[in-house]
Design a protein around this ligand. Structure first.
Ligand SMILES: Cc1cc2nc3c(=O)[nH]c(=O)nc-3n(C[C@H](O)[C@H](O)[C@H](O)COP(=O)(O)O)c2cc1C
Length: 192
C-alpha cells in the first residue's frame, strides 16, 4: 500500500507535522510505503480562475502541483495535516486546494475524472491553539469539498485543540498514540 502524507503547516517541526509523522510511522508498521510532502517546500502558483481546466482538463500552470497530483494518483491512502489558520487550513494548503479546481472541472464538467480510477481514502489531521465546539468546522468543510472532487473518501478526522507552540503536541501522548494506531489500522486494511 502506498501512503502519502501532505503537511500543510509552514512549520516543518510543528504540531500537525508531528501528528502526521506518527500516523505515517503507524502505516509503516503495517508494511506500507510512505512519503511525506511539506507544502511549504513546494512552488505552487495560486489558481487565477482562468477556466482553462474546464475546457482542457489541464491547468495552465506546470509547477510543483504536477508532482503533488502524481503522488496523489499513486497513493491508496492520503493523510493531510494542517494547523488551523483563521478558522481554516493554512494558506499554503489552501493554495494547493484551490488548484484542485482541475479535479472539479474534470469530474463535474468534462466527466473524465483526473485521477486514475481506484479507491482512495484520506484522513485529515488538524491542530489549533484554542478550544471550542465548532473550531474545526471550516477546515473540515474545505477538506471534504476537495476530496469529493477527487472521489477520495474521508475516512476520519483528527482534531487536536489546545496546542500552540512547536512541541506542544508532545504533551498529549494519547493523541500521538491514536494517530499511530490509526495509521497502523488503516494501512492494514487492504481495501480502504
Ligand atoms: C496565522 C495564524 C492563524 C491562526 N489561527 C488560529 C485560529 O483561527 N484558531 C486557533 O485555535 N488557532 C489558530 N492559530 C494557532 C495554530 O493553529 C496553532 O499554533 C497550531 O498548533 C500550529 O500548528 P503547527 O505547529 O502544525 O503549525 C493560528 C496561528 C497562525 C500562525
Amino acid at each position: 500500500m502506498k501512503v502519502l502524507g501532505i503537511c500543510g503547516s509552514p512549520r516543518k517541526e510543528g504540531n500537525s507535522s508531528s501528528l502526521l509523522a506518527e500516523a505515517l510511522r503507524g502505516c509503516e508498521a503495517s508494511g506500507a510505503e510512505t512519503k511525506t510532502i511539506h507544502v511549504i517546500d513546494l512552488n505552487i502558483s495560486p489558481c487565477i480562475h482562468c477556466d482553462s481546466c474546464l475546457k482542457t482538463g489541464k491547468c495552465i500552470y506546470h509547477d510543483d502541483m504536477d508532482i503533488l497530483l502524481k503522488e496523489m494518483d499513486e497513493a491508496d491512502l492520503i493523510f493531510i495535516s494542517s494547523p488551523l489558520h483563521f478558522a481554516n487550513v493554512s494558506s499554503q494548503l489552501k493554495t494547493v486546494i484551490d488548484r484542485m479546481q482541475v479535479l472539479w472541472a474534470t469530474k463535474y464538467v468534462l466527466k473524465q475524472p483526473y485521477l486514475s480510477e481506484k479507491k482512495r481514502s484520506a484522513v485529515f489531521i488538524t491542530t489549533a491553539s484554542r478550544y471550542g465546539d465548532d473550531l474545526f468546522d471550516g477546515s473540515i468543510a474545505t477538506i471534504k469539498d476537495f476530496l469529493r472532487c477527487g472521489n477520495i473518501k474521508l475516512a476520519m478526522t483528527f482534531s487536536c485543540p489546545s496546542v500552540e507552540n512547536v512541541g506542544d503536541v508532545q504533551q498529549f501522548p494519547i493523541i500521538m498514540k491514536r494517530c499511530f494506531e490509526t495509521g497502523k489500522a488503516l494501512a492494514d486494511i487492504k481495501d480502504n
